[in-house]
Design a protein around this ligand. Structure first.
Ligand code: UDX
Length: 443
C-alpha cells in the first residue's frame, strides 16, 4: 500500500518506518525542513532501540521517503496517517490546532478517495472535527479513522511489529477493509484487530493510559503504607500480581510515572470529563499521588542529613523518565535536581542517553560525567532515579571507594535489602525497610 505519515516525531517516525518494513511505500511529511533534510540523508532524529537499522534499510531500498510538501506527499497515498503533536493547553485539554490545520489543508488537496487516520492521542470527538475540517473544502470522498497507538518508548518497534492489539475506530466499511489489510501482517500471531466506532477508539487510548497510571499510583500508595506498617512492597506486589485479574505488570512502585504520555493523557481525560460535566475523582487522586511521588526520596534524604543539604554533593544515576530512552519529559530526576539545588546542594549526574537533553534544558546547573562511577567522586550519597540495566549490578566496591559516605537512596528498588545490609550501606528505597549504617534494618 501507499502510506503517508504527516508528522515525523516519535510516533510518526516509528509508524512510517515500521509500515515500510512490511513492504509498504511510505512518504513522511514534516514542516521542519531541517529535520526532513537530515532524515532524507539517512540521519535518524530520535533514539529508539532497533529503529535505526530498519530506518536505514527501508530508506536504502526506497520504501521510505521524506518531504516538506504535503500536497506532493499525499497525492498517491491510499492511507494518510496524522501523527502530529497534541500538547496540553493551559487548561490541560489537548491542543488540536496542528491536526486541524493539516485537516483543513487536506480538504483543498485531496483528488481521490483517501483514508485519513488519527494516530495522535486525541480527545473523544476529534475524528468528527477532523472530518468537518476536511469536508469544508473537499470535493472527493474520504473516510476518517481513529487508530490510537500503544507504543512504549524503548520497545516501540517491537510494540509496533507485534502489537497486543490494534484498535481501529471507523463507521465506514470501505475504511475498515483498508485498515484490516494494512495491519494484517502485524497480527499474524493471532492478536486481535478490534474494530469499533471512532469515539470508543479515541476513549480507549485515554482509558488504557489512565488505568496504567492508576495502577502505578495505587502501588506507590501501598508502598508508603508498607513503610509505615513494616511490610515489604516487593512481597505485596508478588502476592497480588499472581492473581490473573490483577496481573504482574505495572505494579512496580517508584518515584512516579513520567514521560510524554501518562501525565498528559491523565490530565486530558480529567479535562474531558469536566467538559462532560463529570468529576473523574479517581484520576484527580492519581495525579495528586504522582506529584508527591516524584519527590518521594527528598524527605528521606533531608532526614538523613538533619534537614541541612547546604554544601552537600549528590551523585545522581539516571535522568531519563525511564530506561532505554533519552526522553526527559516529566522525568522525576528533574524534580529531584530542582529540590536539591534549591536546598543548596550540588549534583553530578550520569545517564547513558539523556544527558545532552538535560544539558539543553538546565545547562550547567549540574555537572555531567561520562561514567556512572565518576559521578560518585566526593559525593555524600548516591541517588538512583532511573532503572537502567547498567545500574542493576554495579561494582559495590567501586561505589564504596568513590562515595564519601556509604549512602544510597534508590527510587527504583534496584537492589536487595538484605544484600545492602550485608554490604554495610545505608540504603533507603521505596516501600521497603531502610537499612541504617549500623547494619540494622529499621522499620
Ligand atoms: C506509555 C504506554 O505504556 C503506552 O502504551 C502509550 O502509548 C504511551 O505511554 P511510555 O510513556 O513509553 O508508554 O512508558 P511506560 O513504559 O508505559 O512507562 C510509563 C511510566 O510509568 C514511566 O515513568 C515508568 O517509570 C512508570 N512505571 C511503569 C512505574 O512507575 N511502575 C511500573 O510498574 C511501570
Amino acid at each position: 500500500m501507499k502510506i503517508t505519515v504527516v508528522g515525523t516525531g516519535y510516533v510518526g517516525l516509528v509508524t512510517g518506518t515500521c509500515f515500510a518494513e512490511t513492504g509498504n511505500n511510505v512518504t513522511c511529511v514534516d514542516i521542519d525542513a531541517g529535520k526532513v533534510a537530515k532524515l532524507a540523508a539517512g540521519q535518524i532524529t530520535i533514539y529508539e532501540p532497533g529503529l535505526e537499522k530498519l530506518f536505514e534499510r527501508n530508506l536504502k531500498e526506497g520504501r521510505l521517503q521524506f518531504t516538506t510538501q504535503l500536497k506532493e506527499g499525499v497525492s498517491d497515498a491510499d492511507v494518510i496517517f496524522l501523527a502530529l503533536p497534541t500538547p496540553p493547553g493551559e487548561d490541560g485539554s489537548a491542543d488540536l490546532s496542528y491536526i486541524l490545520k493539516v485537516a483543513d489543508q487536506l480538504g483543498y488537496i485531496l483528488e481521490d478517495y483517501k483514508v485519513i487516520v488519527d494516530k495522535s492521542t486525541v480527545p473523544v470527538g476529534t475524528a468528527d472535527k477532523v472530518r468537518e475540517a476536511i469536508a469544508r473544502n473537499a470535493k472527493v470522498e474520504f473516510d476518517v479513522v481513529s487508530n490510537p497507538e500503544f507504543l512504549r518508548e524503548g520497545v516501540a518497534v517491537e510494540d509496533f511489529m507485534k502489537p497486543d492489539r490494534v484498535v481501529i475506530g471507523t463507521s465506514s466499511e470501505k475504511a475498515r477493509k483498508v485498515m484490516g489489510e494494512l495491519y494484517a501482517p502485524y497480527v499474524r500471531q493471532g492478536n486481535p484487530v478490534i474494530f469499533m466506532d471512532e469515539k470508543s477508539a479515541e476513549l480507549t487510548k485515554y482509558a488504557a493510559n489512565s488505568f496504567l497510571a492508576t495502577k502505578i499510583s495505587f502501588m506507590n500508595e501501598i508502598a508508603i503504607l508498607c513503610e509505615r506498617l513494616g511490610a515489604d512492597v516487593d512481597m505485596v506486589r508478588r502476592g497480588i500480581g499472581s492473581d490473573d485479574r490483577i496481573g504482574k505488570r505495572f505494579l512496580f512502585p517508584g518515584i512516579g510515572y513520567g514521560g510524554s504520555c501518562f501525565p498528559k493523557d491523565v490530565q486530558a481525560l480529567v479535562k474531558s470529563s469536566q467538559d462532560a460535566d463529570y468529576d473523574f475523582r479517581i484520576l484527580n487522586a492519581v495525579m495528586d499521588v504522582n506529584e508527591q511521588q516524584k519527590v518521594f526520596l527528598l524527605p528521606k534524604i533531608e532526614a538523613y542529613f538533619d534537614n541541612d543539604l547546604k554544601g552537600k554533593h549528590f551523585a545522581l544515576w539516571g535522568l531519563a523518565f525511564k530506561p532505554n530512552t533519552d526522553d526527559i519529559r516529566e522525568a522525576p530526576a528533574l524534580y529531584i535536581i530542582d529540590r536539591l539545588l534549591a536546598a543548596g546542594a550540588s549534583v553530578s549526574a550520569f545517564d547513558p542517553e539523556a544527558m545532552s537533553n538535560v544539558k539543553q534544558l538546565i545547562g550547567d546547573r549540574i555537572r555531567y560525567v561520562d561514567h556512572q562511577y565518576e559521578a560518585l567522586e566526593n559525593a555524600d550519597a548516591l541517588i538512583i532515579a532511573t532503572e537502567w540495566s547498567v545500574f542493576r549490578t554495579p561494582d559495590f566496591d567501586k561505589i564504596r571507594t568513590h562515595l564519601k559516605d556509604q549512602v544510597i537512596f534508590d527510587g527504583r528498588n534496584l537492589f536487595d535489602v538484605p544484600r545492602m545490609q550485608e554490604l554495610g550501606f545505608h540504603y533507603e528505597s521505596v516501600g521497603r525497610q531502610a537499612v541504617t549504617r549500623l547494619n540494622s534494618v529499621v522499620k
